[in-house]
Each structure stands twice: as structure tokens, then as C-alpha cells.
Ligand binder design. Structure first.
Ligand SMILES: [Zn+2]
Length: 627
């Protein structure tokens, strides 16, 4: 009851600040934001000063939208909009959400829909009496993005009530923040099943929830204190399966907390989790959840942009920042209480420039506690320099083309494939590059979010009109028939295919059909774990066992095997230490996770030697009092 009274009081005070002529018909929360609905045409389309004044006075984000009764008829509004948006903008879709009074315009060139200084949008608002939003359409068609966006529209009514409920929770706390703990639920002294629980007297927040690939080990989310039905927020740093795969599980089994991540992370999560279920089905395993879990998670998604500060509980404020690792991947910064404590969780981090991303951001005010990954946590874990790595990949491709062979690049679908695409496109490789498996869809998602790529790539895409992912050399492989055609052709080509360690996926089919021809090349661009086929070939196996039509055959490895190191999306030892060293007001405590046991412990020891602060490598299930 207390919460209801507090919000009613807040809304009453906001309403009192506005003249009666504003005709406010409804005030609601949308997550941490407040939305006013108006029945006055003049107030909706007029000067925005009164709203700016409210923002200044109440220190909250406040938006103005038309009351559903004020908006023009949808068909008429659609015609108006089509007339007003210039042809060159490539307007693809016009989507109305009457519950919110908004119309979303999806276009290939959003800048042209917005117009100079927002002029076109203002005119659309005046002519239609809808609140226009603009979104970039993926340049290459992607079923996943389309299905997901349509689903969000179907769920508008649910989302309107849900976001109001979330807002009341965020604004309705009263307990004093006098302690803060972190519990290691997964990904400590191991790589895989990353999961952390943060608690204060007021809040319970979960960071990531992944699987340990190749095992049945899940995070310890059945602990009583981790009760998934009592969480206030879930935050997803990025969409690799060791961080994200179990997110739908908690939503299928009763979690009702909002899921915070960037928009590309949400899209990639849907794609990867659907694929995760497909693989489980194909291998005859019981998947831990169904598509229902994915849907329940997406319905509760709140997607802040990088560097946008968002209240997520009464005593926690979230900022996501570039992690340099994969599309939309984020460092998670949480400000607890009013200056009580600050936590920085790195997720996975790359503190160096890559073909796709700028180095991870160090642009946050304080971080008394850092929780850092340590994948390359040993002092001798030093990667070759990036330019050398790129050159050796390009050379491998060029010499294969010269001898009229084909190059197979087994790769993870997210990040490494797009990295390789960008390197090949920039180098001016002219032979066709075929994208097989999930790679095509993931690249399509990259074309929808250029603002999450490096500044250099953004300049190329938006100012020079050069986009690596839409280069004509890239071709989609969608069927067995198309694979056959490529393999039977005598022309040189490159094939990028999943899986990255040759543990499954179409890459195996390609290998089977390319291995015997010594003009071909197998180029590894990522880490090959122990016991994988990739590792065996790297170790020099001259013959590999493969299954064909239900029987085992020995396939001779005659093709060239090239190992390209230095393209990793993880920081090496030096980069990790450099990152920590760059943080203003250096940390008071460093907690190490996401590494093999010895790497976590060694990294903690070395970090203590270098930075002189408290460091630790907690074991699974340990709880640390942060303050
Ligand atoms: Zn990752």
C-alpha cells in the first residue's frame, strides 16, 4: 500500500505543476521513466519547455505522449507519413502501438526520417498526433529480427502494465542500504555458467546466467537466497552462451523481474537461444526450457543504450558501457545507494581495438569493487599484435586463391565471423565468401545496430556508405544443394561456418569435402579446446575419424592447416592489467572470475602485487560482503 501511496503522491505533484489546459489524462511509469498522456492537441504539439521544467524539478526522465483518443486514424496517419518521409530514407515499416500513443518508423536511413534538427519528425507529430519513434531496419533481411519486433508489438498491452509495475517497484523502496553482498553462483574458478547475485536489504539482482558448454552443469540458482521468483532485476552483459543460455530458464520458471541489456544483446539472445534449443533437440537431449522461456524473457526486456543511467531498484542505478568484446556487449556498472558503493562487472572484455569495436570504455566515475574475467589471466598469456594476426589471415587466404583452392574458416557465429568478414572486405579479397550456419543472421543483426560498432566503422558506414556486411562478396548458404554447388565449382572461395572448434555444425560437412585436396586451407581463427576435433588437427593428426551415413570413415588431412592467433575477443594478461590501471580512483577490491582455477588465483595474486589493493578469487557458492 505504501508504494501505491508514494507514487500517487508523486504523480499528483507532477500534475499540479502543469496548467489545466494541458489536459493530462493519465500518468504512468515505464520502467524508471514517467510518461504523461495528454488530450490537448496544443499541449502535445506545442513548445516542450513545460516538460523540460518538470525533468529539472523532479530529476526524473519524463515524456509526453498523446492520449489514444487524440491520435488520428491509423490509415490516415500512415498515408500522411508516407507522403512526408523522403523516398531515399528507405521506409520499410510503419508500426502503431495505440497503448503507448507511438508510431515506429523503421527505415534504412533513420537520419532522413528524422530530418534536419528533427524537423520531419516534428511535422509528422503535428500532422498525425502520434508520438513518432525511429528505428533502423537491418540492411540484410533477418527473420529473427522481424519475428521478435512483431512479438513486442503484440505484447504492447502486457508491457504497458508491466512497465508501470516495474516503475512502482523502483520508486517504492524505503529500507536503508547498510550492507551489500555478492554471491558466486557460477563462473568462479571456471569458464562457463557465469552467474552472480548481488543483494542489499532492499534489492536482489542477478548478473548473467549461462551454461557450461559440453556439460550439464548450471549455475547454483536453486539456492534459497537466489530465489528466481524474488529477483528485482536481471542484467545480461552479452550474448555468449556461457553468459546467456540460462536466462530463458529463469523466465520459464517464474522470474518476473525486468531483464536489462542492450537492444542488440536482446536480439542476439533470441537467435542464440533458439539455436541452443534446436541443437539440444537434434542431439536428442532434454533442453532445460522451451521457446516459452525465451518469449517471457523478451516481454520483460528493458534496453538502455550505452552510457544511459537507469534506476533498476530503489537503491541501484545501472549503466551499461562498451566492453569491446561482441556486438552490444557491455561492462555493467552499478551505483549502490547514494554513494554507498560502486561495482564494475566486466563480463568479457577486450581492451584493444579490433576490426569491429573500440577498446572497452573506462568512462565511469568510480568502482570500489571490480569483478573481472581472467580468461587469459597468466602473465605468459600474451597474444600476438592485431595487425600481425590480420596479415597472417589475409596471406593464408591469398596463397590459397593463388593455387586455386578453397579456404574453410570454422568460427563462432557471433563476433569472430563478423571480425573475419570485416578483415577480408577491407583487404579487398575478391573471391566469393560463403556464410553458412547461423553466421548470416548474426551479421544481419550487426547491420541493424551500426551505433554499437567502432567509431571508424560507423564513419565508413554512415558517412562513406561502405558497410563490410553488405559487400557483394558475401553470399548466404542455406541448403545442402547450395553447398554441393560450391564444392563442385572449380573456383577459389572462402567459407565461414560454425562451429568454431569443429565440434558440430556445417563446418564438419565442409571439412569432410575439402580435407583431401592439398590446394585447400583450413584456417583456425579461435581457441581450440582440449578434446575437440579442431585441437586434434592442430596437434598434427594426419587422419581423422568422421561419421558418414552411420559408419566411421578415416578422412586424410591433406589440406594446409593455418593457425591464426591474436584475433581473440578477450583481453590478454597485459590488456586486463592495463584496463584496471586506467580506472580513475583505482579499485579498493578486485574479485577475479571467468578463468581456469590457476588463472583466477594467479591473476588475483599478480593484481595484488601491482595495485596493492585487496584481491580475491572466490570459490563457487562463496558470498563476499562488499560493504
Ligand atoms: Zn563472451
Amino acid at each position: 500500500m505504501l508504494v501505491e501511496e508514494m507514487t500517487a503522491e508523486l504523480f499528483k505533484r507532477i500534475k499540479e505543476e502543469l496548467p489545466a489546459s494541458a489536459k493530462i489524462s493519465d500518468i504512468r511509469f515505464e520502467g524508471a521513466e514517467i510518461v504523461l498522456y495528454t488530450k490537448s492537441k496544443e499541449f502535445f504539439t506545442g513548445d516542450s519547455t513545460p516538460i523540460k521544467d518538470l525533468v529539472g524539478k523532479f530529476k526524473k526522465r519524463i515524456m509526453l505522449r498523446p492520449d489514444p483518443g487524440l491520435c488520428n486514424d491509423m490509415e490516415e496517419a500512415k498515408k500522411e507519413i508516407e507522403k512526408m518521409v523522403p523516398k531515399e530514407a528507405g521506409l520499410r515499416e510503419i508500426l502503431f502501438e495505440p497503448e503507448f500513443g507511438t508510431v515506429t518508423l523503421e527505415a534504412e536511413k533513420p537520419g532522413l526520417v528524422i530530418g534536419k534538427g528533427g524537423e520531419t519528425l516534428r511535422e509528422i507529430k503535428k500532422a498525425t498526433l502520434w508520438a513518432p519513434l525511429v528505428r533502423r531496419a537491418p540492411l540484410t533481411p533477418s527473420d529473427v529480427v522481424k519475428v521478435l519486433r512483431e512479438m513486442l508489438y503484440r505484447e504492447s498491452a502486457f508491457r504497458k502494465d508491466y512497465l508501470d509495475k516495474v516503475g512502482k517497484r523502483i520508486h517504492g523502496g524505503w529500507k536503508q542500504t547498510d550492507w551489500l553482498t555478492m554471491t558466486a553462483l557460477g563462473g568462479f574458478r571456471e569458464v562457463g555458467r557465469s552467474c552472480i547475485l548481488l543483494r542489499t536489504p532492499e534489492s536482489r539482482v542477478m548478473l548473467d546466467c549461462g551454461v557450461k558448454p559440453g556439460t550439464n552443469e548450471y549455475p547454483y540458482i536453486t539456492l534459497p537466497e537466489a530465489d528466481i521468483t524474488k529477483l528485482d532485476a536481471v542484467i545480461l552483459s552479452h550474448t555468449h552462451m556461457d553468459h546467456a543460455a540460462m536466462i530463458p530458464y529463469i523466465y520459464e520458471y517464474g522470474c518476473d523481474a525486468p531483464l536489462y541489456c542492450t537492444a542488440p544483446t536482446r536480439d542476439l539472445m533470441v537467435l542464440m537461444c533458439i539455436d541452443f534449443l534446436k541443437i539440444a533437440q537434434r542431439e536428442g537431449k532434454n533442453a532445460p526450457y522451451t521457446t516459452k522461456g525465451i518469449k517471457e524473457a523478451v516481454k520483460r526486456c528493458i534496453t538502455p543504450n550505452w552510457e544511459e543511467v537507469t534506476d533498476i531498484t530503489p537503491d541501484m542505478r545501472l549503466t551499461l558501457l562498451n566492453d569491446g568484446h561482441i556486438l552490444g556487449g557491455s561492462l555493467v556498472h552499478i551505483h549502490v545507494g547514494e554513494g554507498f558503493h560502486n561495482i564494475l562487472y566486466t563480463g568479457d572484455i577486450k581492451f584493444d581495438r579490433t576490426a569491429l569495436f573500440d577498446p572497452a570504455s573506462t568512462d565511469f566515475a568510480r568502482a570500489e569493487t571490480i569483478i573481472t574475467e581472467s580468461t587469459y589471466g597468466m602473465p605468459n598469456d600474451i597474444q600476438p599484435r592485431r595487425p600481425e594476426a590480420e596479415a597472417s589471415l589475409i596471406n593464408a587466404v591469398k596463397r590459397t586463391i593463388e593455387r586455386r583452392g578453397k579456404v574453410l574458416i570454422p568460427s563462432f557465429a557471433v563476433e569472430r565471423s563478423q571480425d573475419v568478414q570485416t578483415i577480408l572486405a577491407r583487404a579487398g579479397i575478391e573471391c566469393p565468401v560463403y556464410l553458412d550456419g547461423m553466421v548470416w543472421d548474426v551479421s544481419a543483426i550487426h547491420t541493424a545496430y551500426p551505433e554499437y560498432l567502432s567509431h571508424e566503422l560507423q564513419r565508413d558506414i554512415m558517412q562513406h556508405g561502405w558497410n563490410p556486411f553488405t559487400q557483394p562478396i558475401f553470399k548466404r548458404i542455406g541448403s545442402e544443394e547450395e553447398r554441393r554447388q560450391v564444392i563442385e565449382s572449380k573456383d577459389p572461395c572462402v567459407i565461414i561456418s560454425t562451429s568454431g572448434m569443429l565440434t558440430g555444425g556445417p563446418a564438419l560437412w565442409w571439412l569432410r569435402n575439402m580435407a583431401e585436396d592439398k590446394r585447400n586451407t583450413l584456417a583456425f581463427v579461435g581457441y581450440q579446446a582440449e578434446n575437440t576435433l579442431g585441437r586434434k588437427i592442430l596437434k598434427g593428426w594426419k587422419e581423422i575419424p568422421m561419421e558418414e551415413k552411420g559408419r566411421n570413415v578415416a578422412v586424410p588431412i591433406n589440406l594446409e592447416v593455418a593457425q591464426i592467433d591474436g584475433l581473440s575477443g578477450h583481453s590478454d594478461y597485459k590488456q586486463l592489467m592495463n584496463f584496471i590501471g586506467k580506472i580513475k580512483h583505482g579499485p579498493e577490491r578486485i574479485i577475479v572470475n571467468h578463468g581456469e582455477p590457476t588463472k583466477c588465483v594467479e591473476f588475483a595474486r599478480n593484481a595484488h602485487r601491482i595495485f596493492g589493493c585487496e584481491t580475491m578469487a572466490p570459490k563457487l557458492l562463496e558470498t563476499v560482503r562488499l560493504r
